[in-house]
Ligand binder design. Sequence first.
Ligand code: EPU
Length: 414
Amino acid sequence: MKAKVKLNIYQNASIKISGSKNSSLPIIAAAILCDETVVLHNIPEISDVFLLIDILKDMGITSSFKNNTLIIYPNTIRRKRFHNKKINKLRGSYYLIGALIGKNDYSDFSFLHPGGCKLGIRPINYHLNAFSNMGLNIKTNHEKIIISGHKTNITHNLIYPSVGTTINIILSSCKIVGKTIIHNASIEPEVIDVCNFLKSMGINIIINNRTITIFGSSFLHKTEYTIMEDRIEAGTFLILGAIHNGITIYNIHPQNITYLTDVLHNCGYSLEINDNDITLHPHNKNDIKPFNITLSPHPGFPTDLGPLMCVLASQIKGTSYILETVFKDRFNHISELQKMNIDISLNNNLITINGVSNVINSTIKASDLRCAASLLLASTINHNYSIIDDIDYLFRGYENIKEKLNSLGIEFII
Ligand code: EPU
């Protein structure tokens, strides 16, 4: 699918931020652990969520999804082979492996390898090692992962605070009565959201710095839970407002994006931060200074906003630097931004951007979700149409994007 994008007249508007993709996916998977009904509010209507609901349906789990509320009726899963090709299309499908292990005393199933955005090789060896350390037998071939055996509660020492691994350990062990400990765990806000969801079903979880302790319970009672906001969507719109002439975002917890508001503040932008909204005021471009950031696990600057910050840097006079330390190969956006005349280069994992670039309209191609968002931002800079190929990636993570862009005076035609 292609999108035609251009700026008409920028209007400084207020944008309601949707529910978080990276919370919704593990929380929907975690819902299958519940012994009663689960009601989830603020679930975004994005393609990754629809895909996961479809996979659940194929697993025999009924749900209903309307007006951002998803009701899941978890039941017994007797199947042993989960080979729906849709699993291959979604990285977040790996949360179902953790949830399936967590659901039963005895594991005996096979699951296709998860898919997702192309950010270089994305192994799941940390997840599989953790399952194996819990006493499970893990075999893999080019197509699937085969899991069998009994699990037990242990202390995990992660070599890296991986988001997915931390959540999968929590899901797989939360029904084991006793104590599971994770050292060097990820403490991204989405991990905390998953823990809060499990707590709402009766699990006791204590988070102390990077150590998470789970006191499992064999019965998880019904719950009604509201998903946190999408802090990456919030960041995307704040960056868009910084490129243009200000913006207000609401339905958020500003403490979840202080890494971004701090950087913007240091660049010279004027921000008003309230309990549930942030306003970035119009600014004089000459007052804005370049930045130097390192993308790293929370509470560091999130890797998901790196490609978007490249576009902002191209509109700030001077040289900005972005060091990517999370993904080895999250650089697909660079060659496309170069086609748009942005002065950007890569040396190992250090990105250098010289501004101000005179962005020209082009035909460019998205190759992952945040690459698509980055090309979208770049396409809003001038008044001629840019054409973005494979824009479908964008719909994996941004709800009602066309309407939101239109309200800011940006044309977005599919
Ligand atoms: N890694 C391994 N082995 C593993 C797991 C991870 O080598 O078994 C490596 C990864 O290749 C990467 C690093 O560890 O280099 C970090 O990976 P992590 O496990 O922390 O990330 P993830 O769970 O794969 C989630 C989000 C990503 C987000 C990252 C970092 C979901 C579905 N995905 O991925 O979101 O970038 O955490 O915050 O929650 C996105 O939304 O665009 C996106 C890619």
